[in-house]
Design a protein around this ligand. Sequence first.
Ligand SMILES: [Zn+2]
Length: 148
Amino acid sequence: MSISRSGKVKFFDASRGFGFVHDGDDRLDRHFHVTQVVGADLPGVGDVVTFLPATGPRGPKAEHVRIVERATSLQGSLRADDRDICGSCGKRMVPRVWMVNGTPHESFCPFCGKQHKSFVVVDSRIGRLIYGIITFMMFSFFILMLFN
Ligand SMILES: [Zn+2]
């Protein structure tokens, strides 16, 4: 069992769902995944967080990342725009994005765990639309060739 440490967030990409926190004890940056962030808010650059040091396949990582101090009030107000009302529990929250093979799969509520948005459904709808257009164009081309 690791002992909790604190450090500053060096980088965080909410859309890609990961970031890096600087570990002053080991003097290195630790990778962390959005699913390891505890609480309603997502961290921003410069935020002070506590975490548990661990080692993953990609090297040093941080688990159970918890925000203890916000970097600036300006960043805090900008991030407040990311908040959304959960359709299941009604709480204001920043949806967590679940990544599958590097692409967003779905987002879910950090409080009740219910699905917020599914990116896969949207993607497959667009995919089916493009497939439909291509099929229609090929069919039209075939008909034109046939009657020329
Ligand atoms: Zn909820």
